[in-house]
Design a protein around this ligand. Structure first.
Ligand code: PLP
Length: 426
């Protein structure tokens, strides 16, 4: 692309943007009466206009039907998870039966590890990226402990090479191969929250399978950010939250994926007896759930990992967002995202030849999503405070990184231009 640094050029990109109308469907926080420059959709997505109406609808449902709301109305609560399955499946490239929305992210990570991390004395290692999101670090550490292993030995981290910030795929694959038959699970994030690096999930999955291990992914920063093909890649399990790129509100519910090869009974082509799991009544076979009898019989597919009756209010908000993602489609979003992120990168690099602000996110567009992580100099915190005072909502990570995410669903090319204009004036 031959970008130009002028404001008029940013305007022309906005004019040509087919997704431009979606910006009007979100509430932006205000700064001095004007829309703030919001660059933290990777942390908490903005509120879609439709959410309030969807919540009011469920409140009315509850008000008018009480407990009978489980069986009455357009979307009876008893089956609520089913109304979110088709869009969730398209979002992550899965079969409908392979996904369910339930619980919260870290809870699901533990539930999935309870099924897929069944270590033995010979095969007990978990391979993950160094510098993962803390919840994932704590989850893997305590999973190892729970099974009586020392995390210092059982949890193997793949770290960047000296002087580098991101990982080489070949180093990830080599680490998996090197630990070989000692590896039980490879658990990576899809996109690292700090660097914005998008990992090669298919290659990692193949490498895990080659040593007889499972591959699972935390897609918190990948879902709604990049097109995913979990089924075709053969990923064993995955989970994600709905409140980052997916705009479903603080503490929104999590999505969970289990490949059908693990959840189908043998007679339907699966390769397993139902996997062992920590079960609850909402994962129990619907036909017999209300007989309230002993003996857990899981629902087929990912739905069998549900624990509790559906969190209707937060799932109603999530449905509004999923509908919007479905309408736009991940390939159109990605198309805009590639252009938007490349444009922001160009503008930043155009300042001082890029020397003052060093982007640590991979330069290769295939290895990143919407986020750019900018390594700042010693004046970093001052710069961040200056941006905040001027109406930019971005994210500061110690010791000196500013993360910005130009989100294709609602950020504009002008937003990027204005942000970099402020950097220039600092
Ligand atoms: C945001 C995020 C979380 C947060 O987990 P919650 O259980 O939703 O609080 C966990 N892991 C990763 C990788 C994240 O990016």
């Amino acid at each position: 692309m031959n970008f130009q640094p002028t404001f008029a050029y940013a305007q022309s990109l906005d004019k040509a943007d087919p997704l431009r109308p979606y910006r009007q469907r979100f509430f932006f926080p205000k700064h001095n009466g004007k829309n703030a420059l919001y660059f933290t959709g990777n942390s908490l997505g903005l509120q879609p206009h439709g959410v309030e109406k969807a919540l009011r609808k469920e409140l009315k449902h509850w008000r008018e039907y009480g407990v009978e709301g489980h069986f009455k109305g357009e979307m009876p609560w008893m089956h609520y998870h089913k109304f979110l399955q088709p869009q969730s499946a398209r979002l992550v490239g899965a079969l409908e039966s392979e996904v369910v929305v339930a619980n919260t992210l870290t809870t699901n990570l533990h539930l999935l590890m309870a099924s897929f991390y069944r270590p033995t004395k010979q095969r007990y290692k978990i391979i993950m990226e160094a510098g993962a999101f803390p919840s994932d670090m704590y989850a893997m550490e305590t999973q190892a402990r729970w099974h009586g292993f020392d995390p210092a030995e059982a949890v193997v981290e793949v770290a960047p090479r000296p002087g580098e910030e991101t990982l080489h795929t070949e180093d990830i694959l080599a680490t998996i191969a090197q630990h070989g038959e000692e590896v039980a699970v490879v658990m990576f994030s899809g996109v690292n929250y700090y660097t914005g690096q998008f990992f090669d999930l298919e290659k990692i999955t193949d490498a895990a399978h080659a040593v007889g291990a499972y591959a699972g992914f935390d897609l918190a920063h990948a879902a709604g950010n990049l097109p995913l093909h979990l089924h075709d890649w053969g990923v064993d399990f995955a989970c994600w939250c709905s409140y980052k790129y997916l705009n479903s509100g603080p503490g929104g519910p999590s999505g969970l994926f289990v490949h059908e090869k693990h959840s189908l009974p043998r007679e339907l082509g699966g390769n397993d007896q139902p996997l062992i799991r920590f079960a609850g009544w909402w994962g129990h076979d619907e036909e017999s759930r209300f007989l309230m009898k002993k003996g857990f019989k899981p629902m087929l597919g990912a739905a069998g990992w549900q624990l509790s009756n559906a969190q209707i209010l937060s799932m109603a908000a999530h449905k509004v967002s999923l509908d919007m993602f479905d309408e736009v489609g991940m390939s159109a979003l990605r198309e805009k995202s590639l252009l938007l992120t490349a444009y922001l990168e160009y503008l930043i690099e155009n300042l001082n030849g890029g020397r003052r602000f060093n982007i640590i996110t991979p330069k290769n567009p295939a290895a990143r999503g919407a986020q750019l992580s900018i390594l700042t100099g010693p004046e970093g915190k001052k710069l961040f405070d200056y941006l905040t005072e001027n109406g930019v909502i971005a994210d500061w990570r110690e010791p000196n990184v500013i993360r910005v995410a130009p989100v294709p669903m609602y950020n504009s090319f002008k937003d990027c231009w204005k942000l970099v204009d402020m950097l220039r004036k600092f």
